[in-house]
Design a protein around this ligand. Structure first.
Ligand SMILES: Nc1ccn([C@@H]2O[C@H](COP(=O)(O)OP(=O)(O)OP(=O)(O)O)[C@@H](O)[C@H]2O)c(=O)n1
Ligand SMILES: C[C@](O)(CO)[C@H](O)COP(=O)(O)O
Length: 388
């Protein structure tokens, strides 16, 4: 593993004055921490990501990182000050072999651009420490004493800050009794040459309630909401045996007929998969998993759904909600709808209240009314980065 991102997320967010630490608050439908993590997870040159958390907020962390588990190293324990959290994170990483570079980033900066991450990594090919920041556009003065400064000599510090891993690990161990508000300061103290990368102006640190308002506006500018619609029909065929079931939303429903299909026939998951693919502007389920391909015979349809979900997370997208309507005369689904809802939420790493499953009859009309099959419609709304 050459390049690691260490995301510090162990602060209390006192200045935001919310009921939970700011990194777990949502902008749009997504937590600030998740927005931040997606930027690093989806960067082609970042090999692994570790988050430093306050263990008291472990449940919030699990909720915020649902679906990202496979892409993250287990979290490290935070400390009292940011500096302590960084040191703990670095020490936890020292147990992993072969780390060359480390990018240390505030969880509270969800709008970091891919370009800045790339530029920091590029500069690290030549230097052991690279800072990011914003050059000043306003006139710079001091109050006491009154003085004017040449603003070209100053910048406001952002993260990520990039380092040769062994160098910054050694410095954090050496300077643990000193006070530093960022990690490049340790290199400056040690006289190490520091490179500079201009940060993106939107890479604000969410610090006060006003930053949350501004963050909401940035979200509107950088992300788009898209909707997708999926529809599927499967016809009934005779039951296999007396204990026959059909699968709907990955739940086994007892019924005296089977669903005719190449896969496991989960007509509801097929509709949801197509809704997700449609929202992303992707091809339909049949193109990804052709019914003519023996490979997909009797396949568990959760594989199709998870593929669509993986495409979505790879694009940095998230699901806002899913709304499913199953139309069938029989079996009656009243007692299964809640299970289905929870199952879809579990499969897509969203909350139960982001999913709705409705069941209707067709009032005895048409093929559904004649009890020849089931049809399902699904609608979803997703949020995608504008440049996905
Ligand atoms: N003991 C700490 C303190 C801060 N941080 C992290 O460092 C980043 C920048 O810190 P800051 O904005 O100061 O966050 P908080 O300490 O949470 O904010 P506040 O000072 O308002 O409580 C944040 O992502 C925060 O979670 C951390 O990991 N451990
Ligand atoms: C590291 C940092 O984001 C650089 O600007 C900043 O110093 C962290 O915030 P804090 O309030 O100083 O902890």
């Amino acid at each position: 593993m050459k390049n690691i991102a260490l995301i510090v997320a162990s602060g209390l967010g006192i200045r935001v004055n919310a009921s939970i630490p700011k990194q777990y608050l949502k902008l749009g439908n997504t937590s600030i921490l998740k927005l931040t993590l997606l930027k690093f997870i989806n960067h082609p040159k970042i090999d692994a990501v570790r988050v430093v958390i306050n263990l008291e907020h472990h449940d919030l962390y699990c909720e915020a990182t649902k679906g990202l588990e496979d892409k993250l190293l287990p979290p490290a324990r935070g400390g009292e000050r940011r500096q302590d959290s960084v040191r703990n994170g670095l020490q936890s990483l020292s147990l992993l072999p072969g780390i060359k570079n480390i990018l240390i980033h505030d969880a509270a900066r969800p709008f970091i651009s891919e370009e800045v991450i790339s530029n920091v990594l590029k500069k690290l090919e030549l230097l052991k420490a690279v800072d990011t920041g914003i050059s000043l556009k306003d006139t710079l003065k001091s109050k006491h004493p009154n003085a004017i400064y040449n603003r070209d000599n100053f910048y406001l510090t952002h993260t990520p800050q990039g380092f040769d891993f062994q160098t910054i690990l050694k410095l954090h161990n050496k300077y643990q009794e000193h006070i530093f508000t960022d990690d490049i300061s340790l290199c400056i103290e040690e006289g190490i040459e520091v490179g500079f990368v201009e940060s993106n102006a939107q890479n604000i640190k969410i610090t006060t309630p006003e930053c949350l308002t501004y963050g909401g506006l940035i979200m509107q500018q950088n992300y788009i909401t898209r909707v997708g619609y999926g529809f599927d029909i499967h016809k009934f065929q005779p039951a296999l045996d007396q204990n026959n079931t059909i699968k709907l939303c990955a739940i086994e429903v007892p019924f005296n007929k089977s669903l005719s299909a190449h896969s496991d026939g989960d007509v509801a998951l097929h509709a949801i998969t197509d809704a997700l693919l449609g929202a992303m502007g992707e091809d339909d389920i049949g193109m990804y998993f052709p019914p003519t391909d023996e490979k997909w015979k009797n396949t568990d349809s959760t594989i199709f759904l998870k593929h669509a979900y993986m495409l979505l997370t790879d694009k940095g997208g998230i699901i806002n909600n899913i709304d499913v309507t199953i139309v069938t005369e029989k079996p009656k689904l009243m007692n299964f709808k809640d299970m289905m809802r929870k199952k879809i939420a579990e499969l897509l790493n969203i909350s139960n209240n982001q999913v709705s499953v409705k069941a209707k009859t067709s009032e005895k009309l048409g093929f559904v009314g004649r009890e020849e099959g089931i049809s399902v419609s699904a609608v979803c709304a997703i949020t995608l980065p504008k440049n996905y």
